[in-house]
Design a protein around this ligand. Structure first.
Ligand code: SF4
Ligand code: SF4
Length: 367
């Protein structure tokens, strides 16, 4: 029996014995509505009537764990463990995710990665893959803005290898994370600022010898409060589900919004009860109707509000139906371009190439 199998069975036993079958977690989740409550799935895993590969259809969004009425019970842990077992037993399960895995591979490659860290730097900006492709000018503006206060700020363009983690390729993910963390640690910086929620979670999970926080927390402290009487836009915030527990980030984003002319009208699912955008777990590649269901739920909650998010991946997944804008554009006083105006897939790779060139030329000039 592999270690992963043992972890899965332990998670299944816990759920099967402690779940009260209250159905609370099934209310918003299409996966659970179709396949049964977590205790039913857990029992099926234990008696061998449910294939662990079923979890490839779960978004790994963690909402079930968040709303669970039994303190400490963690259905999400079972679904991640099921994926890990399924992929280990049958790597062919990864065939539908080729685009996603290729995206990670390119983000880690020499073509798209870049390290510009001046001697004596204490902090560096780590924008991830999505933002440099979607909002490359915004990323550059942000770098220059932060550099006004910290002339030795570094810049690292690199992937955090989140896709391999959610797709059950844990060993590869850990190896890749260890390599990037080691490289960053060797620069001697004490803090890394991220733009992408997934980068925050994955970098922190590697227990790095430096602090990791978001640029939103930094920018929220620097944007002055507006004049009274400012005309405001009614806005809903789509908090990325991976940052459900990050209260400081939720507050920072809302401070930026208030100071830049929004009035936040919270949606039913926000902050600690954040909804998946549909991108989670790469579900759209195997069960697009579940991904669509998350987006439709978000759309109905947003109603007439403008939707702002702080994850470029979420914004893209929410699509033209919701047409979210990114909070970083607002924080930097840029035009709040909705996602329908962002570069498409092939143009986003071009944007990343040009950003890397610009960064390389900048650091060369700095010596
Ligand atoms: S999709 Fe989210 S809420 Fe549904 S089972 Fe998976 S982790 Fe839980
Ligand atoms: S909310 Fe918790 S206790 Fe209720 S059905 Fe879901 S897993 Fe079981």
């Amino acid at each position: 029996m592999s270690e992963k199998y043992e972890i899965m069975i332990a998670a299944a036993q816990e759920l099967a014995s402690k779940c009260k079958a209250c159905k609370f977690c099934t209310v918003d989740c299409s996966f659970l509505r179709e396949n049964g409550m977590p205790n039913v799935i857990a029992q099926g895993v234990m008696d061998g009537t449910i294939d662990p590969a079923l979890a490839m259809e779960c978004s790994l969004c963690g909402l079930c764990t968040q709303v669970c009425t039994v303190r400490g019970l963690d259905p999400y842990a079972l679904f991640q463990a099921m994926r890990d077992v399924a992929v280990e037993a049958n790597p062919a399960l990864l065939a539908p995710y080729k685009v996603l895995l290729n995206y990670e591979k390119l983000g880690l490659s020499k073509s798209f990665s870049f390290f510009g860290v001046p001697e004596g730097a204490t902090t560096l900006l780590f924008p991830g893959c999505n933002m440099p492709g979607a909002r490359s000018d915004t990323v550059w503006d942000c770098f220059l803005k932060l550099r006004e206060a910290d002339p030795k700020l570094g810049l690292v363009l690199h992937c955090c290898a989140k896709p391999s983690k959610m797709l059950g390729k844990i060993e590869e993910h850990e190896e890749r994370m260890a390599s990037v963390v080691e490289r960053i640690a060797a620069t001697g910086v004490s803090e890394v600022l991220v733009m992408c929620p997934n980068c925050l979670v994955t970098l922190r999970s590697a227990k790095p010898p430096f602090a990791v926080r978001t640029v939103y927390e930094v920018l929220a402290e620097r944007i002055p409060e507006p004049e009274p009487g400012m005309e405001r836009i009614r806005t809903g915030v789509h908090d990325p589900c991976v940052l459900r527990a990050e209260r400081k980030v939720h507050e920072a984003v809302r401070t930026i919004l208030w100071n830049t002319g929004s009035s936040v009208a919270e949606m039913k699912h926000s902050m600690h009860k954040a909804l998946c955008c549909g991108e989670g777990g790469g579900v759209k590649f195997v069960k697009p109707e579940y991904a669509d269901a998350w987006r439709e739920l978000r759309q109905s909650e947003a109603s007439e509000r403008r939707v702002v998010t702080y994850c470029a991946g979420c914004a893209r997944q929410l699509g033209p139906e919701i047409n979210a804008v990114h909070v970083l554009d607002l924080a930097l006083g840029r035009e709040a371009a909705p996602v329908s105006e962002w570069p498409g897939s092939s143009k986003s790779y071009l944007a990343r190439t040009l950003l890397k060139r610009k960064a390389r030329a900048f650091f060369r000039k700095q010596g």
